[in-house]
Write a protein that binds this ligand. Structure first.
Ligand SMILES: Nc1ncnc2c1ncn2[C@@H]1O[C@H](COP(=O)(O)OP(=O)(O)OP(=O)(O)O)[C@@H](O)[C@H]1O
Ligand SMILES: [Mg+2]
Length: 463
């Protein structure tokens, strides 16, 4: 299995590779231009010598003067131990050869013309030469041209280039190591904010969800990431807070009725009683159990609705039809309370029918409960620019403005004094209504003044 390389290692290797590639490229450019420079220098030197010999050979007009050429060449090249000269007579005889250097035979057989001098290189044993071979015409009638070859020992150039390459390689290796080291240091420093973020993130626990990653002190490349992670933490904190509030609310709301049930049962059992007394207790307990069961199912519904519930089935709903159905359902209760229903307007929207009916039912049951006898519970529906508005109004006790902001909180009951009566609600109705409306993308509001209480639902007509 290939081990995953750390970012630091990758960047360090990359730094080393890049700097050694650049240096190697630069070095080879310098080496090749040096070599070209040496070759140019040698060619100029050899060209000069060829011109000198050309001058001597050109004047030869007899066989005798040809024999004297050897002496002239010896005189001309005295004091040039690094130069080698070979002169061949038109008939191929060696007229003069210095330094015992062996010129390549195929070059001598194909001599160049003076107008196009092109130096060639060859090795004679351990020695290396660069040379020129030219054909020069004498003035001897009908004789083919003489061949003169001049060469220079280039061992010192070769030596120099070898040393240069060795130094260059050592330099490249050293520079690659140094730049890798510097790269490593730079990467370590550059990644410090990531380590800081990691340290901060590892401090986040369920009890310390308020921790946030530093956004201002990190480079902009990381700021976006830190910001997104912070948003995620905020969402988690919010969800976690709601969850723990939820469980503490449940515990709190269940504790009182259960301890009441327990005490009543223990008192009843403390001594023998008549059957009627037991029956009365069981009936009372039964009612309390019913209320608890309703509360638990409401809690479960609310938990689902609050935790990003996706609406189970979306369909087109005529709101006025649902309200009419609810009026029928509450008809008997309304008659008992001496309250009348009134409906005005129509509105159509996309939503989940049972859930919307539940939201409206909670509002109607409250309105019925608090409506003054002989008054009217009014539901008005209107549609304005793709939004459906539903208002449920009743005449009754004005809600204290201090309660208004908390009315939609779960377990919140404005009339605390009545809240212990068994017939009273659990304080979940409005919380459920709000959760359903929010799940539909809408909003809720309430106003209560001059003995008139109105609940407003604003719902988008299309999803
Ligand atoms: N129409 C209204 N007039 C006056 N007060 C109201 C009205 N509707 C709601 N309230 C107040 O708001 C509180 C919260 O209502 P909500 O429907 O959430 O709970 P509930 O009716 O007490 O219980 P549940 O609906 O769960 O049976 C009520 O206890 C009541 O004090
Ligand atoms: Mg209610």
């Amino acid at each position: 299995m290939i081990r995953r390389l750390s970012l630091t290692a990758r960047l360090t290797i990359m730094f080393g590779l890049v700097s050694s590639t650049v240096l190697l490229g630069l070095g080879s450019v310098i080496a090749s231009s040096l070599q070209r420079h040496f070759a140019d220098q040698d060619r100029d030197l050899l060209g000069g010598k060829v011109m000198l010999v050309h001058h001597m050979v050109e004047r030869i007009s007899t066989e005798e003067s040809l024999a004297e050429l050897a002496n002239d060449l010896r005189d001309a090249f005295i004091g040039h131990p690094d130069l080698a000269v070979l002169a061949l007579a038109p008939d191929g005889r060696v007229l003069y050869g210095s330094n015992g250097v062996r010129f390549p035979a195929e070059r001598l057989s194909r001599p160049q013309s003076l107008s196009r001098l092109d130096a060639f290189e060859w090795a004679d044993g351990p020695r290396k030469f660069r040379g020129l071979a030219v054909a020069i015409k004498t003035r001897i009638a009908d004789a083919p041209p003489a061949v003169v070859a001049v060469a220079v020992d280039i061992a010192h150039h070769t030596q120099f280039m070898k040393a240069f390459r060795r130094t260059l390689s050592a330099f490249v290796v050293g520079a690659a190591l140094i730049s890798a080291l510097l790269g490593w240091l730079a990467v370590c420093r550059g990644l410090a904010p990531v380590r800081a973020m990691k340290a901060r993130a590892s401090a986040v626990t369920a009890s310390r969800l308020d921790q946030r990653l530093p956004v201002e002190s990190v480079p902009i490349e990381f700021a976006d990431l830190a910001y997104t992670l912070n948003e995620m933490l905020a969402r988690l904190e919010d969800a976690f807070q709601r969850l723990s509030d939820f469980s503490s609310d449940i515990a709190h709301e269940l504790r009182t009725p259960i301890s009441n049930l327990m005490t009543q049962t223990q008192v009843e059992l403390s001594r023998a009683r008549d059957p009627a007394s037991y029956r009365e207790l069981l009936a009372s307990n039964g009612e309390e159990f019913e209320r608890l069961a309703r509360m638990i199912s409401d809690m479960l519904f609310l938990a689902k609705a609050e935790h990003g519930l996706t609406l189970p089935s979306i369909e087109r709903i005529a709101i006025e039809r649902e309200v009419e159905a609810l009026f029928d359902f509450y008809d008997a209760l309304a008659e008992e309370r001496g309250v009348e229903f009134q409906l005005s307007g129509t509105g159509e929207l996309q939503g989940d029918r049972p859930m919307l009916r539940r939201a409206l039912s909670n509002l109607l049951s409250n309105a019925l409960r608090y409506a003054t006898a002989g008054s009217c519970v009014r539901v008005s529906i209107s549609t304005e620019s793709s939004v459906v508005r539903v208002v449920v109004e009743n005449q009754g006790p004005t809600i204290d403005p201090a309660h208004i902001p908390h009315l939609f909180d779960r377990f919140y009951r404005a009339d605390k004094a009545r809240s212990h009566e068994k017939t009273d609600g659990t304080g979940l109705g409005l919380a459920i209504t709000k959760a359903i409306v929010i799940a539909h993308g809408g909003s809720v509001a309430v106003s209560s003044m001059g003995r008139m209480t109105s609940f407003y639902l604003v719902l988008p007509a299309n999803r």
